[in-house]
Every structure is written in structure tokens, then in C-alpha cells.
Design a protein around this ligand. Structure first.
Ligand SMILES: [Zn+2]
Length: 452
């Protein structure tokens, strides 16, 4: 599909005269970023790609190199998504980095259609189809960097908008330890995944890092003596030793259909990409009580709402109460940059928060500063987690249909570190800031919950 070799393509990227002329004559015909500088010494793509301060000249750079440059820069900057937004007289290219979307460059009209066509070719889409949405994927190596991307096109009134999701496995490849569970939670996770059967759910919103957690657990369970099968939509990461099945709704291959077949394949561990409907929920729970360990994700906020959501999906109480092994809930906070973060004293409000949430007297905390290596003092993200190991009391409460408040008091007993507590511990450890934690978690609700 894509066999471009960048190193063999020596391209004239720019020289100072051309660049200056372009900037003067047409200010849409720019730009790698706002720190414009001019490359006079080297004219090849390597230099362009390794120095973001240089300018793309869209008139002279082959579109193949422009696209490779954008993809590579996005990956190097740790972007999770690249947006190509059509406008009347240009196309904006934006990167989402640590959850925040920022303009990277602006492509002039002259290069717009070539750029879209190139992206569609690379991702295996039909380039003649411009009126229907399409999905595709790019798997390639550019300058030794392996890239795995999901591509989606959407026809808007002023042209096709392309969004690329960059699959980044660097976190999951570092193993379960790298997910920064606190010690108590980590022990609970190890205990739940050592069970031969039952269901373990990872919950959180879209983009909360659920897949990373699930893949890290799968890696841990991926031993020669076990048969692991996954059904996913899409397969986000290929792992040796796991039989991964891609859902294909166009031919009727949905989660439920695949799951029924998987059960005849003698699996030990089954991973279901996401539980979205009642049928999948019911098969998942049944599979987990017939000798399989089932791992899946579900779109809920915390442990308690996960139990309620499954019951809403018509999973029978007695089945759920015996099947459920554990729930890992998570949200992602921006991580303070280690290079520039700075200690400062806490104010009275923050002092009180630490007292209320952790019962600790805290006098200082870290603040974001900002340096050339990070974005506004933050670099990367860290998960705030809540881990629930299902106890016998909780099983009884589920099967006996105890009311929400009773269930809540069992779920949030003294052994549980709530997500906000985990967040504040991570503030204390200098991983993130109070503001970041409070952006993610409604303070009033959580503190009310803790008092009950
Ligand atoms: Zn920094």
C-alpha cells in the first residue's frame, strides 16, 4: 500500500528566497509552526522532519514528503490524533496532544486535493469516492519510526475532513507496572487477573486509556500455556500469541456472533473490545461463569455505575453476582513535565482539600511551569484509577437487589481508594496538579460520596 522510502527521496524542500517570497505573497502558503525560520543549509527531507522550526514549501515539496512529514511530526510530538480540516481557501492541520487540539500547519488550496488523495491512497480508501464516509488504516515505517494509524474520512459541505488516530502502544508495551497503580490497587489488579474465570471490566470515557490497561493485562496473561482470543472493533494493537478477531458489521460479523464462535475454540482468556449492547453483555457474563476469564471495557464512570449499567443491560443478577471479579475505573490527567515542574506552598483551600480527601496535612505541591520540552508544563498523561475487587458482601448485595445506597456503602468501604483520592495521592507524588484532578472529577459529588 505504502512503500515510500523517504530517505531515497531527496527533495528540495525550500531555500530562503522561495520561502520568503511565498510568505510575502501569500500568507496561506505557509507553515510548520509559528516559529518560522529558514532552512538554507540543507534541502532534504530528513532535516525538515527533524526540525519542526522549518517551513514546508507546498509548491516544491512532493506531496508524499509533505504527508510523511506531517505524520512523523505528529508521532514525534506524541499526538493522539491528526485533524485535516477543510476550509474555503485552505486546509488546517491540527494535532491533538495530551488531549488538547492545536494548529500545526495550514495547507494552501493548491496542495489540498493532492494531500487528501495521498492520505486516502495510503490508508487503502477509494480515492474516487468523495461523498461517503470511509475508514482505513496506515501501517508504515517512516525514518525507522513504525506508525500504526486509523484513518477516517467524512464528507463535509466544503470538502472531506480526514482524522487520523495514532495508535500509541508505548505505554502498554512497558507493562502493567508502568500504569502507575498505587500499591493497594496494584495488588487488587494482580489478584483479579490471577483468577481462572470471571469477568474483569475496565471503565471510563472515550480516550481514558482503557485500551492501554486492557492490553497491558493481556500481555501479562499471554503465556505459552494459555489460549487468548480477542474480539475487537477495531483491533488496536497486534500482540504476538493472541488470536485477534476484527468485528465486521458489513458482513454481519458482530461481537455476539464472534463470541459464540470463540467459545468453541477452547479459550482460557477472552478479551472483548467493548461491551456496547445487551446481547454482548449477556454472552460475556455467561462465558465468564463457564470457566473463562473475560476482559472487557465499558463506557461508565465508576465501579458503582458499572454494576448498574450491566443490570440495565438485562444481565441477570445471580449471574452477575457470581461472574464479576473486578472493576478498574480510570480517567487520564495531564502529567507534569519533570524537567520544569516547580514546588510551591499550598493555599488554605488546597490545604483543606488534602485534609478532606486524604486526611493529610500537606504544605506544598507542584505547579506547571513550561519549557521547550513540554506543552504548558505538561508532558504525557497519567491515569487516575479506582479498583474494586468484588467481595462476597458485594456479590450478595447484587444478587439480593440491595438499593443503590446500600450497594454504594459496600463498594466504597474503607479499603477502596476512590478516584479522587488516587488523584490527590498522585498530586502529592508530583505527577499532576490539583487543578488537573478537579477538572476530571466533580468535587462535590465525590466528597459527598465519601461522607456517606
Ligand atoms: Zn517542561
Amino acid at each position: 500500500m505504502n512503500n515510500t522510502s523517504v530517505n531515497n527521496n531527496m527533495t528540495t524542500v525550500n531555500n530562503s528566497n522561495v520561502v520568503n517570497n511565498n510568505i510575502n505573497s501569500n500568507n496561506t502558503n505557509v507553515v510548520a509552526n509559528s516559529n518560522l525560520s529558514v532552512n538554507t543549509a540543507n534541502n532534504n527531507f530528513n532535516d525538515l522532519a527533524t526540525n519542526t522550526k522549518k517551513v514546508i514549501n507546498f509548491d516544491t515539496t512532493p506531496i508524499v514528503d509533505v504527508v510523511n512529514y506531517i505524520l512523523l511530526e505528529a508521532s514525534r510530538k506524541g499526538a493522539s490524533d491528526i485533524h485535516f480540516d477543510p476550509a474555503d481557501n485552505c486546509m488546517k492541520v491540527r494535532f491533538r496532544i495530551d488531549g488538547k487540539l492545536d494548529t500545526f500547519t495550514v495547507v494552501p488550496n493548491t496542495a489540498k486535493s493532492n494531500l487528501v488523495a495521498r492520505l486516502k491512497i495510503m490508508s487503502g480508501m477509494n480515492i474516487t469516492e468523495t461523498r461517503l464516509p470511509q475508514d482505513g488504516a496506515i501501517r508504515t515505517t517512516i525514518e525507522g519510526v513504525a506508525l500504526d494509524m486509523r484513518v477516517s474520512s467524512l464528507p463535509t459541505k466544503i470538502g472531506e475532513k480526514i482524522v487520523i488516530r495514532i495508535m500509541d502502544y508505548s505505554m502498554s508495551l512497558q507493562g502493567l507496572e508502568s500504569l502507575k497503580f498505587n500499591d493497594i490497587n496494584y495488588k487488587k489488579v494482580l489478584k483479579m487477573i490471577s483468577q481462572p474465570n470471571g469477568i474483569i471490566l475496565v471503565t471510563g470515557a472515550t480516550g481514558s486509556g482503557k485500551s492501554t490497561t486492557v492490553y497491558s493485562i493481556l500481555q501479562r496473561l499471554n503465556t505459552p500455556d494459555s489460549n487468548l482470543i480477542s474480539v475487537e472493533d477495531p483491533v488496536e494493537m497486534e500482540i504476538d500469541g493472541i488470536n485477534q478477531v476484527q468485528v465486521n458489521s458489513e458482513i454481519g460479523l458482530d461481537f455476539a456472533t464472534v463470541l459464540r464462535s470463540i467459545l468453541r475454540q477452547d479459550p482460557n482468556v477472552i478479551m472483548i473490545g467493548e461491551i456496547r449492547d445487551s446481547e454482548t453483555a449477556q454472552i460475556a457474563v455467561r462465558a465468564s461463569i463457564t470457566g473463562h476469564l473475560v476482559l472487557s471495557t465499558i463506557h461508565t464512570n465508576n465501579s458503582l455505575s458499572t454494576i448498574e449499567r450491566l443490570l440495565d443491560m438485562d444481565v441477570e443478577r445471580y449471574l452477575l453476582s457470581s461472574a464479576l471479579e473486578g472493576i478498574i475505573s480510570q480517567k487520564l490527567a495531564r502529567k507534569l513535565c519533570d524537567k520544569c515542574k516547580r514546588i510551591r506552598p499550598v493555599n488554605e483551600y488546597e490545604k483543606n482539600l488534602f485534609r478532606t480527601v486524604l486526611g493529610l496535612e500537606v504544605n506544598q505541591t507542584y505547579e506547571a511551569v513550561g519549557c521547550p520540552e513540554c506543552s504548558f508544563g505538561f508532558k504525557g498523561r497519567i491515569a487516575l484509577q479506582e479498583v474494586l475487587l468484588i467481595s462476597q458482601e458485594i456479590r450478595d448485595a447484587i444478587s439480593n437487589n440491595l438499593n443503590r445506597e446500600e450497594l454504594r456503602s459496600l463498594v466504597y468501604n474503607k479499603d477502596v481508594i476512590t478516584m479522587i483520592q488516587d488523584g490527590f495521592y498522585k498530586v502529592l507524588a508530583g505527577f499532576t496538579t490539583i487543578t488537573e484532578v478537579l477538572k476530571l472529577i466533580e468535587l462535590d459529588d465525590e466528597i459527598d460520596d465519601m461522607k456517606k
